[in-house]
Design a binder for this molecule. Sequence first.
Ligand SMILES: [Zn+2]
Length: 147
Amino acid sequence: MINSRKIEDLHPIVAAKCRDFLARCKGFGIDVLVTSTYRDKESQAALYAQGRTTSGARVTNAKAGESWHNWRVAFDVVPLRSGKPVWGTSGTDGELWEQMGRIGEACGLEWAGRWHSFRELAHFQFTGGLTLADFRAGRTLGGVAVQ
Ligand SMILES: [Zn+2]
């Protein structure tokens, strides 16, 4: 099972955007930790089982192949304050997430903090207009296949 937090495990186009995003955040004085990049389908299936057929809280609604992480085009982050992850989402914590989200959008990333269903402040992705069905059918960003 692979559940990576390495930027180089992302599709090269998305990896470049992720690095740009991290550099711009740093420019604004925001340190960001990447907590998840690529997950293989086995790892996604185990995550989906959590809180359903195995113990723990439900953490995802995506089955294997249904998460953008499975296609190397999404990553999750958390902002740091004095080196510690900021998990709060209200007050100044919420403002920090919002600022980080705007920086990501300026890098051409889609920020799941804007989503109305399954809003997820930690999640950024770049799909190049492709759908999950496109990825499943073998289409890839920029014609570059990464397996
Ligand atoms: Zn995510």
